[in-house]
Write a protein that binds this ligand. Structure first.
Ligand SMILES: Cc1ncc(COP(=O)(O)O)c(C=O)c1O
Length: 394
């Protein structure tokens, strides 16, 4: 059976098996074309002007906000655009800090990518507030909402939680966590960077106050979007230059937006909606299941995080006994298999799993263009390394 969708990812057509999707995906053809068309069409200008190209430039921002609203079922189109989630999160938290005091508490989790830890830790340090991290179960990789609940106090102003761990895939229950936080009087920031590529995200249903996603994780360009609830957005004073707009998401968009990136983001979001995220997720789960089961069946391999495919991204981290993760990734690269090694910026996850000081783990992620054959190749290569058939030091 041919999989026609594979043809839509020109960057994934080579010999390499690309298990590096959690770090960034290959772009879909329509996103590549949209960026090129924007750049060559003559409308590339700046916003806020009176000539046609300037008006079209405002329009690409407006229509991308509208597309993101449909894609993520957001109650409003108040999406802030920026270069990546980390940069947006630093801008957002710095603005939040202006309303915090030393008696306040911020509750995060140990499942986070560091962009959802250091950002909040920095402002907590600046204002003297408390920043605590809820535990996940290192055996199962699961984060129970009760772990967050235990950390909520009358002084908790923010709960900051990932939609999916970028290292071990776990997807916490965002709706339950948001409700618990709101009941305690706290607002909720969701890092949805590793969730949006793999699940239909419904911001209205989650009910969070802010949520971030990076388009390069779902076949788009390097650009990111942060949805902020309108009243909250109105109340925040970001660091900005005086002439820039004080209205809506624009007040967070310091400098000139990446218009071609927005054209690409819009096309990638359209692609996700056309395909249906659930249909893509079904393909991914079918492709990922043999990978997970195959790794679990190799005695020398330790798999971290959930041992099943329920409420988890198709991303797995593992180690091979006696081999440093970097050496395994290097050995896999000699087979033209792309994986990542290290903590992938999930600093707290690696520490909580007790693997931070030993190089953390090898990470392999399935995305829509990874094939079952490539999974077989990866499993064979891992088995060879485990059996000592392939040396891992170069
Ligand atoms: C879960 C998660 N959050 C945040 C980030 C940071 O995203 P960005 O590179 O867009 O800043 C990443 C990047 O890998 C991620 O996987």
């Amino acid at each position: 059976m041919t999989d026609e969708l594979l043809q839509r990812f020109p960057g994934a057509r080579g010999e390499w098996a690309r298990f590096d999707g959690p770090a960034g995906t290959q772009m879909v053809d329509t996103a590549i074309q949209a960026m090129s068309a924007w750049s060559s069409g003559g409308n590339n200008a700046n916003g806020g002007g009176f000539f046609d190209a300037a008006i079209a430039t405002d329009e690409i921002v407006k229509s991308t906000r509208a597309t993101m609203r449909r894609f993520l079922n957001a109650p409003t189109d108040t999406f802030v655009f920026g270069p990546n989630t980390t940069t947006l999160a630093f801008a957002f938290t710095r603005a939040v800090a202006r309303g915090l005091s030393s008696t306040d508490r911020i509750v995060g989790t140990k499942l986070e990518h560091d962009s959802n830890v250091s950002t909040w830790a920095s402002i907590a340090r600046d204002v003297g507030a408390e920043h605590v991290l809820a535990n996940f179960d290192p055996e199962t990789g699961r984060l129970e909402p009760s772990e967050i609940e235990q950390n909520l106090t009358d002084h908790t102003k923010w709960v900051t939680v990932t939609g999916s761990s970028n290292l071990i895939g776990t997807m916490p229950d965002l709706e339950v966590i948001t409700k618990l936080a709101h009941d305690a009087g706290a607002k909720v920031f969701v890092d949805a960077v590793a969730l949006v590529p793999h699940r239909t995200v419904d911001i209205a249903a989650i009910g969070c106050d802010a949520i971030a996603t990076s388009a390069y994780k779902w076949y788009g360009p390097h650009a990111a979007a942060l949805w902020v609830e309108p009243e909250l957005l109105e109340s925040l004073s970001p660091y900005k230059v005086r002439p820039a707009s004080n209205e809506g998401p624009k007040k967070f968009e310091t400098g000139t937006p990446n218009y071609e990136g927005l054209a690409g983001m819009q096309a990638a979001a359209e692609f996700m909606m056309e395909q249906g995220v659930e249909a893509m997720a079904a393909y991914e789960t079918a492709t990922f299941t043999p990978l997970l089961e195959g790794l679990l069946a190799i005695p020398e391999v330790t798999v971290y995080g959930p041992r099943d495919t329920v409420d988890r991204a198709p991303t797995v981290s593992f180690n091979i006994a006696g081999h440093h993760p970097d050496d395994v990734a290097k050995a896999l690269a000699t087979h033209k298999i792309a994986t990542w090694s290290g903590d992938s910026y999930a600093v707290e996850v690696a520490q909580h799993l007790g693997i931070a000081s030993t190089g953390a783990a090898v990470r392999a992620g399935v995305v829509r263009y990874v094939t079952p054959k490539e999974v077989e190749r990866l499993l064979e290569a891992v088995a060879d390394i485990a059996a000592g058939i392939q040396a891992t030091r170069h």
